[in-house]
Design a binder for this molecule. Sequence first.
Ligand code: PLP
Length: 412
Amino acid sequence: MPTMAGRGDFDLAGLRGEFPIFAAQGPRFHYLDNAATGQICRAAAEALIDFETRARANVKRGVYRLADEATRAFEEARARIAGYIGAREAAEVVITSGTTHALNLAAHCLCARLRPGDEILLTTAEHHSNIVPWQLAGARVGATIRAIPLQTDGRLDLDRLADLLSARTRVIAATHCSNVTGAITDIGRLAEAARSVGAVLVVDGAQRAPHGPLDVQALGCDLYALSGHKLFAATGAGALWIRSDLAQELPPFLGGGEMIRRVSIESSTFAPPPHRFEAGTPPIGAALALGAAAAWLSGLDWEAIHAHEQRLLERLLAGLKAIPGVRLLGPEGTQARAPLVSFVVDGIHPHDVCQLLDTFGVCTRGGHHCAQPLHEALGVEASVRASIALYNDEADIEALLDGLEEVVRRLA
Ligand code: PLP
């Protein structure tokens, strides 16, 4: 098992041991599809199983001991997520089913602030879940969508902000990290732009959150979305952070149980945030798992993990550049970039590349990665993506590079 030789404070074997999948799958398992979903950590898996098998009850309604315990555990999970992202208070964290739900919630609720002719500024680098909800919202209120384009290196061209902003810009919605190129967005610059025109800044943090704790307040955004399954927790729960003063003024998203203050047949009044945004039974077990993952991740040595991820990324980039016929998409360097890389192989469809890599025990993703506008801007239909997480090791990268060399030798 690889260790970080010369870096005694970082025990990669120990870290991998916290992810049950590696013992279950054995040594010929090289999981490099972390941008699609991360593997569950032991703390999260145990929290989920414990709730479902020992402590299961609905939350926010029962008065018996088990229900009270479940409610307290749910609120504790909210506080743990708040801690991981640097929220001022736990009540700013809304439990959702994931980033897609969170961004739909944001777009729906922010509609209340939009008027016909207003503008929503997106970026060309967005995942479809940070495009389509805004199109739906825009169509509902008659608002127009604009998008920040890419530079030639695949990063966002933020110098175009001045041309794209207007007094009608009410919302800026941007990814913190591209799920195709790994490029990290300068959120500070977008926050400044949003402030200059009185717009709200919504950030899609799905790909940034798995690479270390955050400080949403320092980022200067107003809403921040993430998915638990990408953050080494269970599928089914995520979170939306909403700055508290903004949350107070937003209307609900879904209507139903536990989000109200009073209901009559004619009308309803609503609970304060975050409950106003959590209609019905939430994904309780998955939320507890997310809280457990957030607490566990908060205690790790992220300086060492960043250095480790960056070393793997450097090796991956160098190795890919050395294989004939492989073309990288987006930035070529490691600066301001999460450890994920997309590429195309001349003459071989990305799906074929991924299927063949699977025969070497390497899991990668092929397709448009729910980012068709970005692929179009980069001049390709689809790509292969390899995405690194904290538990990956040199053997994973070498298996991918060796497998790819063999694929190219056989097919190109
Ligand atoms: N945003 C980004 C940048 C993503 O990479 C993804 C998923 O791949 C999503 C949003 C959607 O996340 P989920 O499917 O967990 O809702």
